[in-house]
Design a binder for this molecule. Structure first.
Ligand SMILES: NC(=O)c1ccc[n+]([C@@H]2O[C@H](COP(=O)([O-])OP(=O)(O)OC[C@H]3O[C@@H](n4cnc5c(N)ncnc54)[C@H](OP(=O)(O)O)[C@@H]3O)[C@@H](O)[C@H]2O)c1
Length: 246
């Protein structure tokens, strides 16, 4: 495939970092977005450059429309266009219906859903201009199972599946596909605490008996961003080691 320009949000670590590198291996130039960890983002950019691809680092809080606007404009100005958007930025927090603060409910929806919407809205004009585009949203196993300790997270991730299908329908005429990936337990900082506390119990409940490596999720995302996935749109691909069947 000819050189494509990708923006991966939340690419300073975890699944986003692995995706940025995987896309570079696949021939993409990559904008590496981060929120607070500039050094980690720069290390990811260096890894991409060592593969012979171009990379830039862009700080932005995806829940802030003006910051997203600047991030997209910087990406297009410095890399020359935008073909692929991976809406990966996210975080987790815990609390049931009556424990969650209203601020936390709103923050989760703002980062997860508003962030994905803002990025897609501002990136799509460049994809339309190119006559080719890929958008991938990071949903979650929790969107399908629900979560007794994180209704805000599960609801926001389920919202991304609705957004995926809606944008897939709207953008299909422009040769832009929109899909989601729903990972199960993946070995990143996001759930390091719960893995340290009850890792054995979690592993034994997974048919494949292990936690995913970030690169195992990245390879699914990168496939959906590739030419090989040209006829897939509006789908949510589960990568959870079989735990959803339990
Ligand atoms: N790990 C899992 O088991 C799992 C399972 C299902 C779904 N997911 C989803 O997969 C995605 C990646 O998760 P992960 O485990 O790789 O997480 P992670 O290791 O905690 O990394 C989170 C990334 O998101 C960035 N970020 C957080 N808030 C942001 C904001 N407001 N604006 C821009 N960037 C922001 C962080 O930037 P800084 O480094 O600068 O703070 C970091 O790069 C998330 O959407 C998550 O919900 C993860």
């Amino acid at each position: 495939m000819s050189v494509k320009i990708a923006l991966v949000t939340g690419a300073s670590r975890g699944i986003g970092a692995a995706t940025a590198v995987r896309l570079a291996q696949q021939g993409c130039d990559v904008a590496v977005n981060y929120l607070s960890r500039a050094d980690s983002a720069k290390a990811v950019a260096q890894q991409i450059e060592s593969l012979g691809r171009r990379a830039i680092v862009v700080q932005a809080d995806v829940s802030d429309y003006d910051q997203v606007h600047k991030m997209i404009e910087t990406t297009v100005r410095e890399l020359g266009g935008l073909h692929i958007l991976v809406n990966n930025a996210g975080y987790s927090s815990h609390g049931g219906l009556e424990q969650l603060s209203l601020e936390e409910w709103e923050r989760m929806l703002a980062v997860t859903l508003n962030g994905a919407f803002y990025c897609a809205r501002l990136a799509v004009p460049y994809m339309r201009q190119a006559g080719w585009g890929r958008i991938v949203h990071l949903s979650s196993l929790r969107a399908l199972t629900g979560s007794a300790h994180g209704p805000h997270y599960a609801a926001a991730k389920a919202g991304l599946i609705g957004l995926t299908k809606s944008l897939a329908l709207e953008l299909a005429p422009y040769n832009i596909t929109v899909n989601a990936v729903a990972p199960g337990y993946t070995d990143t900082e996001m759930n390091r605490k719960s893995l340290a506390e009850k890792g054995d119990q979690i592993r034994s409940s997974i048919p494949l008996k292990r936690i995913a490596r970030p690169d195992e999720i990245a390879s699914v995302i990168a496939f959906l961003c590739s030419e090989a996935a040209s006829y897939i749109t509006g789908e949510t691909i589960n990568a959870n080691g079989g735990i959803y069947m339990r």
